[in-house]
Write a protein that binds this ligand. Structure first.
Ligand code: CP
Ligand code: NVA
Length: 263
C-alpha cells in the first residue's frame, strides 16, 4: 500500500481486508519510499513486481497511478488520486443498495466541489442506473474529461446527468444528498478562498427538506462538520455516513478477491 497522502478508511480497510482474506498488507508512507523523488516510479514498481501480489496506491497526480500500472505486472488499485476515488464509489453503491434495496431509478445530488469523489460518483451512478446531479459554484464543477467518459454510459443505461449552480435545484427530487470536503488533500493553500466560495454549499436540514421523503445523506469522510455538512445531517436518522464508511471494508475485500483471488 503506497500512500502519498494521509488515510484512515482506505488504509484500515485494505489492511484488515487482506488479513480477513488470509493475506497481509504493508504500509509504505511518503517518507518511506519517496515515490518519484528518492526513486523513479518505474524502478519502485519493477522492484515491487517481484515481491508483492498487488499494489494499492494513493497519489497526488492521477498520472502517477497510471504510471505504476504501466510498469506493474501485478494488479494496481487506485486508492485515490487527484482525479478519481473509485474504491469509495464502490462502497457507496453498496450502502445505497443496502439502504434502498435497489439503485435503478434513484437520484443522487452531489453538493459541492467537482473533485475526485464527485468524478467517481458520476461514473458509479451511470453504471448502476442512478441519475446524478451536481450543484457546484462556477469554475468548480466536474472536469470535461470525466463528463466525456461518463456520457456513453449515461446514454447506454438511460440515466441522466445535470450540472447546476444552486444546491436547491439539485436537491429537488433527490433520494441521496452527497457531499465531500471543500478542501481536498493538496489544496490546503486554497483553504480561505475555497471556504468563501463554497459557503452556501452545505448539506443541512433545509436542503434535505427539498429532497424526496426518505432521502438519505452521505459523505465519504473525513467531514468538516459545520462546513460542507451539519452535525445533524451527519448524526441524524437519515444519515448512512457510517454504514458507508464501514462498507469500505467489504467493498475493498471484493476488489481484492476479484483481483488477487486467483479464481
Ligand atoms: N474516504 C476516504 O478515502 O478516507 P481516508 O482518506 O481516511 O482513506
Ligand atoms: N476529496 C477528498 C477525499 C478524501 C477521502 C480528498 O481528495 O482529499
Amino acid at each position: 500500500m503506497i500512500f502519498q497522502k494521509p488515510s484512515l478508511r482506505t488504509r484500515v480497510s485494505f489492511d484488515v481486508g487482506m488479513q480477513h482474506l488470509g493475506g497481509s498488507a504493508l504500509y509504505l508512507g511518503p517518507s518511506e519510499i519517496g515515490l518519484g523523488k528518492r526513486e523513479s516510479i518505474s524502478d519502485v514498481t519493477r522492484v515491487l513486481n517481484g515481491m508483492v501480489h498487488g499494489i494499492m496506491a494513493r497519489v497526488f497526480g492521477h498520472e502517477d497511478v497510471l504510471e505504476i500500472a504501466r510498469w506493474a505486472s501485478v494488479p494496481v488499485i487506485n486508492g485515490l488520486s487527484d482525479e478519481r476515488h473509485p474504491c469509495q464509489a464502490m462502497a457507496d453503491v453498496m450502502a445505497i443498495r443496502e439502504h434502498f434495496g435497489r439503485t435503478q431509478g434513484l437520484k443522487l445530488a452531489y453538493i459541492g466541489d467537482g473533485n475526485n469523489v464527485a468524478s467517481s460518483l458520476l461514473l458509479m451512478c451511470a453504471h448502476f442506473g442512478l441519475d446524478f446531479a451536481i450543484a457546484a459554484p462556477a469554475g468548480y464543477t466536474l472536469p470535461q474529461k470525466v463528463k466525456d467518459a461518463a456520457a456513453p454510459i449515461v446514454q447506454r443505461n438511460l440515466t441522466t446527468f445535470s450540472e447546476v449552480t444552486a444546491p436547491e435545484e439539485a436537491a429537488q427530487g433527490a433520494d441521496i444528498l452527497y457531499t465531500d470536503t471543500w478542501i481536498s488533500m493538496g489544496q490546503e493553500e486554497e483553504a480561505a478562498e475555497r471556504i468563501a466560495t463554497f459557503a452556501g454549499y452545505q448539506v443541512n436540514a433545509e436542503l434535505l427538506a427539498l429532497a424526496n421523503p426518505g432521502a438519505v445523506t452521505m459523505h465519504d469522510l473525513p467531514a468538516y462538520r459545520g462546513k460542507e455538512i451539519t452535525d445533524e445531517m451527519m448524526d441524524g436518522p437519515q444519515s448512512i455516513v457510517f454504514q458507508q464508511a464501514h462498507n469500505r471494508l467489504h467493498a475493498q475485500k471484493a476488489i481484492l478477491a476479484r483481483l488477487l483471488g486467483g479464481a
